[in-house]
Design a protein around this ligand. Structure first.
Ligand SMILES: Cc1cc2nc3c(=O)[nH]c(=O)nc-3n(C[C@H](O)[C@H](O)[C@H](O)COP(=O)(O)O)c2cc1C
Length: 331
């Protein structure tokens, strides 16, 4: 793991199935989606689903927590450690969503450094007592006028946080504009703990470029993995040999998509196939981005409700486009 590739935590996306699929593709480090400290302390069923993982298939794995009260977060960290024994606890200081920010969680702590420090100290103490390291994920600042990631990074390092992922956007940006890798590089230069760069990585070339220019110890990949989970294996091969392996062909892509669907249906505890497939729809949109005939395809996928329908859609799409694809590669 000389230059580790992290799967970015993504709420509603990086569940146990997707994490395992990305791990198979070569992701080195996994993190659950963010979980509220209150949810943990109330031990609600939903939260349990968020933090469960398969120790044989998913390590190293971190559970990501958010909240705004140091004592509650520390208690939640102790409960998670007792409950599932993750390899690390990750603190979320980046979430821009109003529901989280209004409760002093996520990126809101970037504009209250004393509170951020108290949160980090309390959770690091809880983690140390159990031998579990604490990491953090931040954005570069609240807004363009208050970019403070290097200071926040030093503060977190001094609080005992052992690794830091930096998404190169401000809270105010949401997901618009571009990730600012200059600031990520400043953070990497400002601290001794490993800094993992995150934001807009779309290919193995991007990974190599950031590795060579930003001084980061690894990168974290989010949205690109939703369309192309093989980005991890492709990147590994490219970094090791300098040669880019071809992306999987259409048939292989459909096989991956169908496998994901079947796993999702099999795992669904309540609601059955229809509910599982309806919650897969957004994922299917991401998986088919860039495919030929995408518009028509996405029209069909937007109301898919069974595996049989999925298989029919895949077969039709393959019939229509495989030959064209094969001819194109022969020419
Ligand atoms: C649907 C979605 C859900 C996300 N949920 C989380 C989350 O739970 N915790 C977190 O730290 N970041 C979350 N993020 C942010 C990603 O981890 C990542 O920082 C961001 O997508 C930028 O990386 P990318 O350009 O590689 O996607 C989420 C992003 C998306 C698109």
């Amino acid at each position: 793991m000389s230059f580790p590739l992290f799967l970015a935590p993504m709420a509603g996306v990086t569940d146990v199935i997707f994490r395992q699929l990305c791990k198979e593709q070569g992701a080195d480090v996994l993190t659950t989606e963010f979980v509220s400290a209150d949810g943990i302390l109330h031990r609600n069923e939903r939260t349990r689903e968020y933090i469960e993982f398969d120790p044989a298939l998913e390590r190293p794995l971190g559970v990501q927590l958010f909240g705004g009260e140091p004592a509650r977060l520390a208690e939640a960290a102790r409960a998670v450690i007792d409950w599932v024994r993750p390899d690390f606890i990750d603190l979320n200081f980046g979430c821009p969503v109003n529901k989280v920010v209004s409760k002093n969680g996520g990126s809101s702590l970037l504009r209250d450094c004393p509170l951020l420090e108290r949160v980090a100290l309390a959770v690091v103490e809880a983690g140390s007592a159990a031998g579990v390291p604490v990491t953090a994920k931040i954005r570069i600042g609240w807004d363009e006028k208050s970019i403070n990631a290097p200071q926040v990074a030093r503060l977190l390092e001094n609080s005992g946080v052992q690794r830091l992922a930096v998404h190169g956007r401000t809270k105010a940006q949401g997901y618009s504009g571009e990730a600012n890798w200059d600031v990520i590089a400043e953070v990497a230069a400002a601290v001794k703990i490993p800094v993992i760069g995150n934001g807009d990585i779309a290919s193995a070339h991007d990974v190599k470029h950031r590795r060579d220019t930003a001084g980061v110890a690894g990168v974290m990949i989010g949205r690109a993995a939703m369309t192309a989970p093989w980005i991890f294996s492709q990147t590994k091969a490219y970094l090791a040999t300098g040669e880019m392996p071809p992306a999987p062909g259409l048939e292989e892509r459909w096989a991956m998509i169908l496998r994901h669907c079947r796993l999702a249906v099999a795992r669904r505890r309540h609601g059955g196939e229809r509910a599982a497939m309806s919650s897969m729809r957004a994922r299917l949109m991401a998986y088919t981005r860039g495919m030929e005939g995408g518009r028509n395809l996405r029209g069909q996928l937007s109301h898919v409700s069974s595996i049989t329908e999925m298989e029919d859609i895949a077969t039709r799409h393959l019939d229509e486009h495989k030959i064209a694809g094969e001819v194109a590669t022969l020419v």
